[in-house]
Design a protein around this ligand. Structure first.
Ligand code: PRP
Length: 286
């Protein structure tokens, strides 16, 4: 029985639902009792630790957990040497500087001599140093957006996703310091048997991701246009073409990225494509 791979996920917070949904899509079933901080997967050698977001990088770095699903911004802030294995495409946000909306912001020079409230002092310090700006960093652990309103700071540095929180607090985003999304991180130098488990997990994650970006496309078309339609279709390989019961017509099947589909739909219709079906793919093995 191999040692299980130990994965840390958020105990609560924005990444939790997405993290658990992704593991489920990978076919991993987790016995998750309410308020349980450690759980085992039933059908995969995986132990799940539910931890506070800000503690996760340290636990992975120290080997308490082997891997984690966490925001890239949290790793940057903790400044620890972990390996980013795979960006996961959810919980996208940016770490930005915002100022009261009535401020005439003239560029990053405006920040010189100002007081900036943040829960991300390391990232902010790196940004200010890079730009050669001297500002006073005031560290607070939450509700940062309120700071300018109560006279605590001139500006803030915080995560922005929809921008609603800034808007509700009369602030405007003036500098995007970094962009972030949820990603899978691992500690350095995993033992080989854990590395093998991680490789299997990454294989599953990539199959889920590929399926999400692609659709199965079916359509009927007159035989005389099949070749031209195939030229338009950017499939994985050559599409499947099968004769229909009605003579002179064929059915064409292929896999296509959703974005690309919208780009070529008009051409497919102009070439006589009919009964076009676009079907979600659950898993795609690359
Ligand atoms: C984050 C962040 C902002 C807010 C931005 O807080 O600190 O306050 O989300 O999101 P929006 O642009 O969609 O409004 P979160 O609610 O995750 O909790 P936190 O204060 O614990 O970080």
């Amino acid at each position: 029985m191999p040692q299980p791979l130990k994965i840390a996920v958020q105990k609560s917070g924005r990444l939790l639902d997405g993290s658990l949904a992704l593991l489920k899509e990978c076919g991993i079933k987790i016995d998750n009792g309410k308020n349980q901080l450690k759980a085992n997967a039933r059908n995969y050698p995986l132990e799940v630790y539910y931890l506070r977001n800000s503690d996760i990088p340290g636990y992975v770095h120290d080997g308490v957990a082997d891997i984690a699903i966490i925001g890239q911004n949290t790793i940057t802030e903790k400044d620890l040497d972990l390996e980013e294995i795979l960006p996961l495409g959810f919980s996208k946000c940016r770490l930005s500087i915002a100022v009261p909306k009535e401020v005439e912001y003239t560029g990053d020079n405006w920040l010189n001599g100002k007081k900036i409230a943040t829960s991300y002092p390391t990232s902010l310090r790196q940004f200010l140093d890079r730009k050669g700006i001297k500002a006073d960093i005031h560290v607070i652990s939450g509700s940062v957006e309120i700071a300018p309103n109560i006279g605590l700071a001139d500006a803030i540095c915080d995560l922005v996703s929809s921008g609603n929180t800034l808007f509700r607090n009369g602030l405007k985003e003036v500098e995007v310091m970094l962009k972030s999304e949820a990603a899978l991180f691992a500690r350095r130098d995993l033992p080989q048997e854990k590395q093998n488990l991680l490789d299997q997990l990454v294989f599953r994650l990539k199959s889920v991701q590929a399926a999400g970006n692609n659709k199965y496309l079916l359509m009927n078309a007159p035989n005389e246009n099949v070749e031209r339609i195939i030229e338009v279709l950017p499939g994985m390989k050559s599409p499947t073409v099968m004769p229909l019961a009605e003579s002179g017509w064929s059915s064409i099947h292929t896999v296509i990225s959703e974005d690309r589909f919208w780009e070529i739909i008009d051409q497919l219709k102009a070439l006589g494509g009919q009964g076009i079906l676009v079907i979600p793919i659950e898993k795609m093995i690359l």
